[in-house]
Every structure is written in structure tokens, then in C-alpha cells.
Design a protein around this ligand. Sequence first.
Ligand code: BV8
Length: 230
Amino acid sequence: MARKIVILTGAGISAESGLGTFRDEGGLWSQHRIEDVATPEGFARNPTLVHRFYSARRQQAAAAHPNAAHHALARLEAEWPGEVVIVTQNVDGLHEAAGSRAVLHMHGTLAGALCATCDHRWPAPPEMTPTTPCPACHAPRARPDVVWFGEIPYHMEEILTHLSEVELFAAIGTSGQVYPAASFVQEAASQGAETVELTLERSEISRAFDHRHFGPATEVVPRWVETLLG
Ligand code: BV8
């Protein structure tokens, strides 16, 4: 029976598709303070700034293309005889664009809009502003359907179930600084999974993994998939 594989991805897998990471120099957080653009308090304080930040990223993500690492994971899901699940911290749609189907966006998606009044969800227009009305309740309270700091990540129950069954856990392109995603490797290792990290350089959680492959995702991920599919 082929092992169940769970793959956590972070901003590093989309870096070579031209989408900025958060903590590399010149990254998204160096241009804005986290508190100002990725917290409910920041949104309440300055919704125009937050909408501008996410509208720019939404348009950039819509114009980006999946890279060889995204395609390698889609190939793994298609050809691996066991279950393959991607849990992504990313809010871009590049895993789906590459053909992956079992993808859980634990931090939401740029393509989604959410009404802060009635919780209605709809496909986000490229440009959202503080006056964008909710199609359901018409309140001007649209926000990006992403999970900000201090908010509960999506799909946690389903993710924890996958982590209780995983036999091979991989983390790709994440600095391991954001929780609860950064704790998933311990979760997997605690119930006996083999763990592997594929990223550009050492992360906060590198020592928690059985194996590490350092390098650009477009090189190390296809090679890792090739080895698995033998
Ligand atoms: C929660 C929103 C309760 C959308 C994001 C103190 C201690 C511990 C935890 C906390 C604490 N204080 C507060 C917390 C909780 C907090 C947290 O973790 N804070 C951190 C800063 C300490 N977490 C939360 O609030 C979360 N909610 O805890 O609720 C709860 C807990 C458990 C169960 C239920 C409820 C909510 C966190 C979500 C925040 N929202 N995004 C958006 O704007 O995108 S987080 C944001 O950071 C993105 O989602 C991003 O994905 C994520 C993590 O960053 P990375 O993906 O790792 O990206 P980064 O730039 O950091 O790293 C890039 C990596 O790629 C690097 O390693 C680099 O080397 C590598 N790389 C670069 N280029 C390449 C590459 N790798 C390969 N190839 C390349 N070419």
C-alpha cells in the first residue's frame, strides 16, 4: 500500500513564479508592517491601504504562472498510487493552475471575497475597495477572504485528520515562522511519519525534519518527485 503524502507549501514555492515571499529581503513584509496589512485591526484602521495591498497581490497572482515545482506536485498527485494532499499557506491559485486537486488553503485565497457583515463569499473582483458592496446584504463591508494574524486558519479539523494519517510529510518553501502551520512537522513526526524539508535555505524548523534538500523549488521539488515516482 503506497504511503499517504501530505505536503505543506509556503511562499517559497511561488517565488520563481514571480510572487514575492514575505520574509526574504525586499519581501512583502519589508514593504508593509504585518500589523498594518494582515490583521483585522489593520483593516479596521485603514481598509483602503489593506484593499490596495491585496488588490495588487490579487492581480499579480492572477497574471502569474505555475512553475516546475507546482507542476511536479500535480504530477505526484496524478501518478502516486496513494493519497497526496497539499496544505498551502499560500493565497495564490498556482497549485490548482498546475492541475493539483486536493489543495487546502489554510490561509484563504486572494480569489475570494468575504462579507465582514453577513459572511457571504463570492469571487473577488480584481480591484476591491472599502465601498465594494456585498452581493448578498449590500453592506459596504467586503474584505479579502484571507486569514489574518489572530484569525482562525481554515480547514484545521481536516488538516489535523490528514496529519494523524500521514506517512510522508514534506514542507516546501516555508520559513516555519507562522503557526499553527509551523507545528505540522512535529504533529506528523509524533505519529511516525517520515519528514522532509525542501527549501532555499535553513528555516526555523529545519532541525525538526528527517531529511532536508536545499535549493530553488524548481530544482529540488521535481528531483524529489522523480525519486519518489522512481
Ligand atoms: C492562529 C494571510 C489560533 C494572507 C498569513 C507567538 C508564538 C507562536 C504563535 C503566535 C505568537 N503570537 C501570535 C501567534 C499566532 C500567529 C503567528 O504564528 N504569528 C507569528 C508571526 C509568530 N498565527 C496566527 O495568528 C494564525 N492564527 O494562530 O489562530 C489558532 C491556532 C491553532 C488552531 C486554531 C486557531 C493565523 C496565521 C495566518 C496569517 N496569515 N497570510 C496573506 O497575506 O498571504 S501568514 C503569511 O505568512 C502567509 O500565509 C505565508 O504563507 C505565511 C508564512 O510565510 P511563508 O509562506 O513561510 O513565507 P516566508 O516569506 O516567511 O518564507 C519563504 C520561505 O521560502 C523561506 O524559507 C525562503 O528561504 C524560501 N524560499 C524563497 N525563495 C525560494 C524558497 N524556497 C524554495 N525556492 C525558492 N525559490
